[in-house]
Design a protein around this ligand. Sequence first.
Ligand code: GLU
Length: 418
Amino acid sequence: MRRPTEHMGPFEAVNHFFQHAAEIARLSDSTVSVLSGTYRELRVQVPVRHDDGRMQVVYGYRVQHNGARGPYKGGIRFHPEADLEEVRALASLMTWKTALVDVPFGGAKGGVQVDTRGMSEGELERMTRRYTDQIGHILGATRDIPAPDMNTDAQTMSWMLDQYGRKYGHTNQIVTGKPIALGGSQGREEATGRGAVIIADAALADRNGSAEGATMAIQGFGNVGSWAARIARDRGYRIVAISDEFGGIHAEQGLDLGEVRAHVAESGSVVDCPGTEPIGNDDLLRLDVDVLMPAAIGGVITHENASEIRADIIVEAANHPVTPLADEELYEAGVTVVPDILANAGGVTVSYFEWVQNNQEMHWDHDDVVHQLERKLTTAYESCRDYQQRHEGISKRQAAYALAVDRVVEAAALRGYL
Ligand code: GLU
């Protein structure tokens, strides 16, 4: 296997992990070239009318990576770094993620490359509707189904549902992550954070630990990080540090999450929360904790800081937070890294439950959703662990990719793609 370099782009990095699985599975060159490329990439211009009359022109993308196992599926993010290369990487991660947790979807991702800070509700709505118009012709309840991601939420999905419906007729299953009042599922909003904590529990148990009293540091306090913190605290973890894009807070005896949330509601950031000490985003990653959970952007654990990581377990709640070179170094150092395609698969898993409920015109209660989520993720975790036990010297990530790639290849071959 080729040693990764530190300067791989995000799509190249995901493909590096895929290539390793392809070698284990002895895939043919043509199969590798199908699965290391994307099926369709759409780039659209999105002019946004600001409240002051000014027009801002931004670009949006929807990338469909692979649809062998079912309709394309994946979130939409609004972020300055959501360029084509990043969206390709995220789309391919969705292919492997949906296969690993065995939900009948392919992989896609969308993004609008924009800084939403300071944008008004009206500006966001106009941008979302325009973007939906531009990509609507490749979406569909059995074709491609978006969901929330960074800086998008249930409200964004409501606008997308409404805008799509104006042209194509009301279609409940066109997006997931909807508000309950528009056919959303119980437990969807918290699902990615909950999934990451379920996986943290399983990884701790494998190292003979348990949630009770285990220390955790979380980078990121958006939807994923804030839900993970709350659910982890309820399961007995001591959350010692949290950060957001402005900085971090640390309290060795454990943060008071009620206080943190109140402070964020008031000031817009965790920074300077009373009763805590400040900590930088980089230092947070170096804390000596049982579980480190990067839950923000990609590429934060690199060759530069990998040797300073003191956590026993890294749970990748964010997408691709660890570079391939750092991943090898952490494996050699004995750190358990639970890969993104497993650690953050809770979101798309409950998206699948939402889609099923919509198809059946049914509603599950919260306990059912949580129970089914635990079952799906635990099964996926255990398959990775079993695979690792059967193949000596491979990491959890390599096991996860090998399992996912096998499933995608099987479906693609049956359809006659390969
Ligand atoms: N955006 C989430 C992810 O990256 C969820 C995708 C979905 O539910 O389709 O996994």
